[in-house]
Write a protein that binds this ligand. Sequence first.
Ligand SMILES: Cc1cc2nc3c(=O)[nH]c(=O)nc-3n(C[C@H](O)[C@H](O)[C@H](O)COP(=O)(O)O)c2cc1C
Length: 208
Amino acid sequence: MAEEFKPPVTVAITGASGAQYGLRLIDVLVQAGHEVWVMVSKAALLVIATETDDDLPPRPDHQAEVLSRRFSAAPGQIRCFAREDWMAPVASGSGASSAMVICPCSTGTLSAVACGASNNLIERAADVALKERRTLILVPRETPLSAIHLENMLKLTQMGAVILPAAPGFYHRPASIDQLVDFIVARILNQLGIEQRLLPRWGDDTPA
Ligand SMILES: Cc1cc2nc3c(=O)[nH]c(=O)nc-3n(C[C@H](O)[C@H](O)[C@H](O)COP(=O)(O)O)c2cc1C
C-alpha cells in the first residue's frame, strides 16, 4: 500500500541566490511528513552548482532520486516536475490542491508571475495558485530593488500572494549560516501554518 503523507507542498527553486533556502525548506517539509512537489528552473541548477556542494541533475526523475537520498525521504514523498510537464497536478486548477512556495524567487520569475506569463510549469503553477486563491509565497532575493521589482511585488501582494523576502533577522544572534537559512525557512513554515521548531516565536521564551 502507498505511504500516506501530509498534504503536498509545492516548492519551486528559481535562479536567485539562496538555493539553500529552498533546499532546506524541502528537507524540513520532508521531515514533517509532507509530500513535496519540486520544480527547479534551469538557472536554479546553475545557482545550486555555484553556491552549494550539491549538483542537481537536469532530469526530474534523477532530481527526485538525489533529493530523496539527501533528505532520507520515503519512496514517492518527493516528486519533481519538468519545465514543460503540463500534465503535472500543479498545471491545472482541477489538479490536487497544494500551497506553493517559490524559494528563492528570481526577479525574472517574480515578473512572469505578476503578469501571468505561464511560460513554464513554475509560472503556470503560480498562475493557478493565484486564480484558485491558494497560498502562494514568493521569496525574492535581490538588492537594491528597482521600481519594476517593487511594482511586481505590490501587484502580487494585492492579489493575495505573500512576499517574504530572503532577509533574515539577526535578533536571535545567529552563529552560523544554517541558522540564518533556518530563520527564513521558519518564517515560510509559519505562513504555511506548519508547526516549526527552527526559531522561537516572538514573545515565546521556550527555547526551540
Ligand atoms: C550565480 C547566480 C546568481 C544569481 N543571483 C540572482 C539573484 O540573487 N536574484 C535574481 O533575481 N537573479 C539572480 N540571478 C539571475 C537569474 O538566475 C536570471 O535572471 C534567470 O533568468 C532567472 O531565471 P528563472 O527565474 O527561470 O530561474 C543569478 C544568476 C546566477 C547564475
